[in-house]
Structures are given as structure tokens and as C-alpha cells.
Ligand binder design. Sequence first.
Ligand code: M6R
Length: 620
Amino acid sequence: MCGIVGYAGAPDLDASALDVILDGLRRMEYRGYDSAGVALLTPEGLVARKRSGKLARLLQSLHDDPLPRSNTGIGHTRWATHGAPTDANAHPHLAAAGRIALVHNGIIENFAALRAQLRDEAGIEFVSETDTEVAAHLLAQAHAACGDLSRAMQDVARRLEGAFTLLAVHADVPDTVVGARRNSPLVVGLGEGANFLGSDVAAFIGHTRRAVELGQDQVVTITPSTVTITDFHGNTAPGREYAVDWDAAAAEKGGFPNFMAKEINEQPRAVADTLRGRTDGEGHLTLDELRIDESVLRGINKIVVVACGTAAYAGMVAKYAIEHWCRIPVEVELAHEFRYRDPVVDSRTLVVAISQSGETMDTIMAVRHAREQGSRVIAICNTRGSTIPRESDAALYTHAGPEIAVASTKAFLAQITACYLLGLYLAQLRGNKYHDEIAAILADLRTMPGAIQKVLEGLEQVRTMARWMADTRSVLFLGRHVGFPVAMEGALKLKELAYIHAEGFAAGELKHGPIALIEPGQPVFVIVPSPRGKDSLHNKVVSSIQEINARGARTIVIAEDGDDEVLPFASEVIRIPQVPTLMAPLVSVVPLQVFACELATAKGLDVDQPRNLAKSVTVE
Ligand code: M6R
């Protein structure tokens, strides 16, 4: 959950290590913002500065009391696990009398035993409560013993259990940053006369788009002109170079007040880009990335979606479509619950792991468990080279571009789109649908970017309402069928951004208990299905609106253009375009995202960095 950056540049380059690292930390801050720190190798030795709180506090300190110029260093932005977010617990952690500095992302599970050993056997006095500090002292011991920083890092990595990315510099080893990774992300950036390390490519995207993907259990050493990759035993290991297909502008706010607003606005493009290039000249779906034998896919008898948070809601939406199109049962399981309940999965189960970041530890563990049971795993992921697609049998990438705001928005729409492509592909392969039926659904999907754009252009009413409702203490969301996961997603957005009690219910469940929550003035969003659909649930949802309206609720109804039956019972009507039933989540969720973003802004909250959260949850 922390963000880390490393840089080694030739001394004659204009760029200073500090500027490069701070630029990287600014882009990494979405990963955690409890504290920030840097360490630099300078002619005067190793210097470090760290501050609790957001990066701005560190920047202020560096402004007030500048550090000497440097061409090599590391930086860190923290999401606290062990120890409160204080200056002392902030990274980097120092060892070897201040000659080594080390930063860490992840959790070192055996840190308590190592800490006791270092204290009892080497008399080390710890100055923080973190698990990380043991790694700094172990590195100092290992370096003192072998005199080689890369070998020392290999020794340390072999002794640690859990998840970690480590970066370190040593005052005696100029122009060099050494890193190690296990179960936690680290990518290399290849520059001209400079090389970079980062938790993801955003750390160095302002400098290079050439990246190298590292494998599990690898140590990497960068200097301005070399990149050396080994396993934890010093054997040379391969790294896979790839070109990042987005640029620095994609990771900037681009004139929007915050990343979330920008990313909401990018949703038409996220859907269009996810659909692009996935059919052949005859209109057949060709998901080339799905390197799973077609006979295996024809033989599956169950699909289990594993995911967390918003990604799980995307899976819940997809369940309706895939079951309808393919007639295969689909279960959607929160990834952290999956492996601990001994799920019934086998070689005929297809597991679909959905994750924006590809680094969610709960989902990684679910993927591993599924593969151990003999299931094939397809990852639906937005981050190329991340752990989940790397550990899956195949990956279907969403092309939403970098999602930086902690609240997921454009990734949600891209995940639904990718799941739909997967569902249609399975229907094509298994003969559940004729070619022209699939072509018609794909044609509908291709109209969705335009429909989403239309919603985005008509949201002033939602913004005004959100500002009026800044003091609201509780909001309920109701939906049915594909509107049910949308209701839960709307509630999640409001909880995480505005810290307001919010709950999403299946509208049909209302009468089984939740209706007791309705009291005069209670705001309730209701996502109304289209009245046009066959077997439409429209009338039943309108009945639910009547029931809560009769009990004094303030009903905020999301209904399609032309649906006037809701008017008598609605305090507010938010209009969405007429789209096919299964596509409706792609438009109906947009007002809910904007509502949460605007309400949180009206409360003066930091929309991109809500309290206690981090973008990638890399701990279980
Ligand atoms: O990176 P992932 O898609 O695996 O992340 C899963 C959840 O942590 C994520 O969707 C989270 O719920 C978001 N903050 C929701 O906005």
C-alpha cells in the first residue's frame, strides 16, 4: 500500500535526484499518504528527511531547509501498518550509523522474531515501531559481512517472510540503488543516463515509457547505466521490457479539480478503449490474450468471480449478463472470503479475478488458491505486468488508463465492459448465441461511450443536490437486478469519500427489514429499471418507491428518459438515456459517482485521498 521510488542518474544530468523522486512520490501518493520521506546519496554522505502527514509537509520542510544536491536516492509515501503515522515511523529507516537508508512496501511477517534477535544478539536499539526497521539493520549486518550491497539484499530477502518491496542506498556505494520484491510490486524504468525504480510506472512516467517487469522473488540493482536482476540466490534472472502505453499527461489532473473528477470524465474513453480491437474482420470476438485452450473453456461448468470492493460489484453486474448469455452458473465471491471457506472449485471451474491494480493481496491469494485446486484463472486487470495477471492463466486487460483517485470509477466501467466481452466470447465459443446475436450486443456496447457522455453532460442537477445535502448523515440506495450492485457501488462511493453512513439494498429486500430505517426526510436513491425490457422489474421498483415515499422518504430516482411513471412518487428525478437492460449500470452509476465526489468536496474533504484508505490494498 505504500509508494516507493528509486533513482540513479549520471552526475552530469540536469535533473536532481530529489526533484525526480519528489515528482515520483507526488504520483505515488495515491498509494498511501500517512507520511513521506527521502534519502539521498550526496558528496556529504547519506542525508534523509521524513515527515508524518501528506507529501506537502515533507515538501515544506525541504523548502525551509534544503538538502544538498544528489544524483541518487530513494523515496517513500506510507500507508501505515505497523506503528502510528509519526515522523519516527516514517520511511526511510536508517542503519549502519546512518550510512544505510531503506524503504519498504508490504508486511514483514516474521519481524518480531528478527527484531528480538537483532536486539538480543547485536544490541540494536530500535527507534521506530515498524516492521521495516529490522530489514534496514539486517541489510547493514549483511553488507558488513560480505561488502556487496546486492548480495546483502539477497541475504536479507531470503530471511524475510511476508510481502515486501525494499529499496536501499548505502553511503559507501555511490550511484546505486538496490531493490528486492516478493508479493509486492516493483518496476524498473529505463532512461537515458538514468534508471528508475517504482511501485508502478507512474513513478517515472515523466521521464521514460520504457519499463521492465520484475518477477517474483527478485533483486534488482540500478546505476545510471546498468540494471542487474537476480533471484534471491544471486542467479541472473530475466526481466521483461515493455513500452508503457500512456504518458505523463494521463497521470495529471488535466485542469480538473481532482483526479476523481477527471477519471469520471474519462469513462466514455475507458469503455471505448476496452472494446477496441477485439473483433476480427468478420465481427467475431477475438480475445487473443485468452491463452487458455478452447476445449477447456468449452468444458467449464461454473464460473467464480473473485474480487474486492468496486471490482466485486463489477463482477456482480457481470453475473447477470454471463449467466443470461452463456447459461453457466456464476458465483461472485469477495476474494478475502474465498479461500478461507474451502470453496468447491476444480478443473472445470473458471475463476475470473477482477482487479484494477492487479496487486490486491486478497485477490492474489484467491488466485493462488484457485490454481492450487486446478482451476483456470482469467485476470481482468487494468495494470499491465502486475501480480494478478502474471499469476493467472490468462489476462484480459481493461484499457482505462491510470486510475489515481482512491475511489474507483473508470475502472468499474471498464471491468464491466471486459467481463461482458468475456461472457460474449464464451457464448461464441460454446455456441450459446448465434453470431448475429453477439454482433448485436457488441453493437449495443459500442453505443455506450456516447450514452455515458450524454449522462456526463447533464449532471448539474446532481451537483447542486449534492451541495445541498452536505450535512446529510445517512443515505440509502436501492436497486434490482443489475441495479442492485450499482446501488451498493453508489453507497461505497459515498462511504469512502464523504464518510457518510450509506447502504445499498436490493429493492425487493426492503420489505424484509430495511424499510424500518425509513423516517421522514431520509434520502433514498432508487435505480429504476427500464419499463421497456421483457420481464421488466420496473413496476416492482416503482412499488418500492411508493412504499418509501408513503413513509416520508426523500426519493431520488434515477430513471431513463421518458419514464414518467416514477414522477408522482419522486422528490427528484435524474435522467439517464434509454439503453439495453444489461448495459444500464454503465450509465446509472455515473450520477452516483458524481454525487459522492461533489458532496465530499462540499464537505471540504480530500476526494482523491480519503482518510484511512489506500489505492492498492497490498496486505491481507
Ligand atoms: O485494485 P483492485 O481493483 O483490486 O481494488 C479493489 C478494491 O480495493 C477497490 O475497488 C476499492 O473498493 C475502491 N477504493 C473502491 O472505490
